[in-house]
Design a protein around this ligand. Structure first.
Ligand code: 4AD
Ligand code: MG
Length: 434
């Protein structure tokens, strides 16, 4: 393979002869000049071909060239302050590496979303999707840096599990040899709790699975979650960690993805610039009273619905904590609130602008008897939780943790309406292709 110069690096090669490899994004011609807009994933460059300066067969090749053909373009880099990236290419030769069939399905016109999803493998080539994937990558890196800088140890928890992590209603299951049923992990949390007793501060970051029949813009059946677990940390300390993480990630995206956010995604970044601590904290009881006064049908004891979440954070310029939900609305492992045993020491962090719950977190039940009682109340198979109960038998300890949904966080930062655009190949109720 010959030398390749990435489009994003061209400005450092003014006056030099280079070879750029990429795909034909757009083309226009005016008489004896053809303008090729070439895309390579790092940027776009205009390559200017003059009929008099290339061999006749090159010119003929370009006249019939279809969109998305892959190319090797040789030329000299010329500074042009008006061009995106500040330069363009004066072309000496173009080689077509892989011609694109004439019926390339994604055209510049608007397509319906089902059509785009059916062609997700090609839709990903558009500038908007490229920008979202780059923001996602930066968010992932920021999350890892945040925990690394604070001394957390990254652990990979299993994807095939025997214990139900969240709720029996949304499990994907598979036969597991002679051992009965295995589930795809809904969470790595329970395993993280074992690791917190070994290492103090840990986190896992991986795909999680929920057979959720929800068709909302906030639900996928496969999504990525980062889950820290911290020994000697109560619910208050847990919320401060969430606040710090979210502010760190947003600041990083603003610092390193400004052009993706502003130019490609047209995000109003003033909405992100105000994301600084402290975030408002609203007790569940207060939230319910407020929602009822705004016309919601929520009753004490219910979890917040999607519309409630939107309402709760509607007036805030930053995410809002709702804390200490009723026990019956939440998972079995949350610690009973000593001041009001009907509730548990937990929080949901709700994003503004209608993006909903970014984080679910809680202090964990560290009392053996109470935890066992909750497992029984929820009719969970007790034999699968022997190891989890052991953590309360051998040196139990106060500990807390949370899960931040990567796709919801990226959707909010990017200002993308539906989270399906924030993962390369979304898995939803109605889609497993491509
Ligand atoms: O609130 P959840 O269910 O919490 C847990 O799984 C805990 N075990 C986490 C922990 O404490 N370690 O999920 C956490 C987050 C949600 O706030 C949301 O951002 C995201 O995961 N999430 C989803 N994202 C996309 N599609 C879905 N179906 C999601 N379900 C949850
Ligand atoms: Mg939740």
């Amino acid at each position: 393979m010959s030398e390749n110069t990435h489009i994003s690096d061209l400005a450092g090669h003014i006056g030099e002869a280079v070879a750029v490899h990429g795909w034909l994004h757009n083309k226009r011609s005016s008489g004896k000049i053809i303008f090729l807009i070439v895309r390579d994933g790092t940027g776009l460059v205009q390559a200017v071909v003059s009929q008099g300066e290339v061999a006749p067969e090159v010119w003929a090749r370009l006249e019939g060239l279809s969109y998305e053909s892959s190319l090797r373009v040789c030329g000299t880099v010329r500074a042009d302050p008006r061009a995106p990236g500040g330069c363009e290419l004066t072309v000496s030769d173009v080689e077509v590496i892989g011609p694109s069939a004439e019926d390339y399905p994604i055209q510049l016109k608007e397509h319906g979303v089902e059509f785009l999803l059916e062609h997700r493998h090609l839709w990903l080539r558009t500038l908007r999707q490229v920008a979202i994937m780059r923001v996602r990558d930066e968010v992932v890196k920021a999350i890892r840096d945040f925990f690394y800088e604070r001394g957390f140890v990254n652990i990979d928890t299993p994807i095939l599990t025997g214990a139900i992590g969240e709720s029996a209603g949304t499990l994907f299951s598979t036969e597991y040899f002679d051992l009965g049923t295995a589930y795809l992990a809904q969470t790595g949390q329970l395993y993280n709790e074992a690791l917190a007793a070994a290492l103090g501060r840990v986190y896992c970051f991986g795909p999680t699975f929920r057979a959720e029949k929800s068709k909302t813009r906030r639900h996928l059946t496969e999504f990525w979650m980062v889950e820290p677990e911290v020994a000697w940390c109560d619910s208050e300390c847990n919320m401060r960690l969430q606040e710090d993480l979210v502010c760190y990630v947003v600041a990083r995206a603003l610092e390193r993805c400004r052009s993706e956010l502003v130019e490609s995604l047209e995000r109003d970044i003033s909405r992100l610039e105000c994301v600084v601590p402290p975030f408002p904290r609203v007790a569940y009881d207060e939230a319910v009273a407020k929602l009822q006064s705004l016309g919601s049908s929520i009753q004490w004891g219910d979890d917040l619905g999607a519309d409630d979440e939107t309402l709760v954070a509607a007036e805030s310029d930053r995410p809002v904590f709702v804390y200490n939900y009723p026990k019956r609305a939440k998972a079995f492992y949350m610690k009973e609130n000593p001041d009001d045993p009907r509730t548990v020491l937990c929080d949901d962090l709700i994003a503004p602008e209608g993006y909903g719950e970014l984080i679910g977190g809680s202090q964990r039940e560290d009392d053996y008897d109470r935890l066992l009682a909750r497992i029984r109340e929820e009719r969970l198979p007790e034999e699968a939780y022997g190891w989890y109960l052991d953590l309360r038998r051998y040196g139990t300890f106060p500990h807390s943790g949370f899960g931040l949904g990567l796709e919801r966080t990226v959707a909010w930062i990017c200002g993308v309406h539906h989270i399906r655009e924030t993962i390369a190949f979304p898995r939803t109720l109605k889609r497993i292709y491509p």
